[in-house]
Design a protein around this ligand. Structure first.
Ligand code: F6R
Length: 265
């Protein structure tokens, strides 16, 4: 795992956007795993800006989102399909047929989850998986006690997650109780993982995820097992990291990061 610390949320999102651009430019057929949530909004608006400014080409890439709420129709403004259409898919030249999210209204949810896994495999697996982190440490909707080898399935959301996502629904009692999510094992199969966390409210869980022991209670800790995982945080989210000084030194001195040092600076 490598940890990159940027001065603020905007610079952190800029770095993540540039990492995605680099991967997509190197491989136009990139299979991109996507996350939603507040943190990603800024990454998507930067990708849209870069697409407009540089003609960054999404036409050959395909996408798989981590998760979707059970029961929400794709055109429901609170669904993740709607979020993705509005914030990214309709604003760049990705082929809509190559964008994938689990169908929250599938009549057979277990079959939908199995089909989602099969679709990822058919596309050759995920090259780059973008991740956020919930305040209780979930990646996707892999709530505490998610098996570290779990695959796409239905999960019941914890009270912490329901509270965290309530602003999108108006109140806690309107948040769906269940979601379909890629499993921790599905995420670990991605060839590269890229997690973005910003803000002081993520500082505690980032320290646990990066420096704490691996535990199914905090699914993000499983990323420590991944051979190529980059965690990008801002100063606020890095506030409780023991090794912050070392991580800053790596970013400032290692040649592989030289082209990114100016990102958002
Ligand atoms: C969303 C997802 C979640 C979020 C996480 C952080 O698709 O997979 O794991 O990334 O809950 O959400 P924000 O960015 O809203 O704090």
């Amino acid at each position: 795992m490598e940890v990159i610390i940027r001065p603020d949320a905007d610079a952190a999102a800029e770095l993540v956007a540039r990492l995605i651009v680099k991967e997509l430019s190197a491989n136009p057929h990139l299979v991109l795993g996507l996350a939603t949530g507040r943190t990603m909004e800024s990454v998507f608006s930067k990708l849209v800006r870069i697409h407009r400014e540089t003609k960054l080409d999404f036409s050959l890439c395909s996408t798989f989102n981590l998760d979707e709420y059970v029961g929400l129709a794709p055109d429901d403004p609170r669904s993740y399909r709607h979020y993705m259409n509005e914030r990214l898919f309709r604003q760049v030249n990705v082929d809509p047929r190559n964008t994938h999210l689990p169908n929250g209204q599938a009549s057979d949810l277990d079959a939908e989850c199995r089909n989602y896994e099969a679709a990822i495999a058919k596309f050759g697996g995920i090259d780059l998986q973008l991740l956020g982190i919930g305040q209780a440490g979930h990646i996707g909707f892999n709530e505490p006690l998610s098996a570290l080898r779990s695959r796409t399935r239905v999960k019941a959301l914890t009270p912490t997650t329901i509270k965290q996502n309530a602003p999108f629904f108006g109140s806690e009692d309107r948040v769906p109780r269940r979601a379909m999510t890629m499993g921790v094992g599905t995420i670990l199969d991605a060839r590269r993982c890229l997690l973005l966390a910003t803000g002081s409210e993520k500082a505690y869980i980032i320290a646990k995820a990066v420096e704490g022991p691996i535990t199914a209670m905090i699914s993000a800790t499983a990323l420590q097992l991944h051979p190529r995982c980059t965690v990008v945080v801002d100063d606020a989210a890095a506030g409780q990291l023991q090794g912050a000084e070392y991580y800053r030194w790596i970013f400032e001195n290692e040649p592989e990061w030289s082209e990114f040092r100016a990102a958002g600076a």
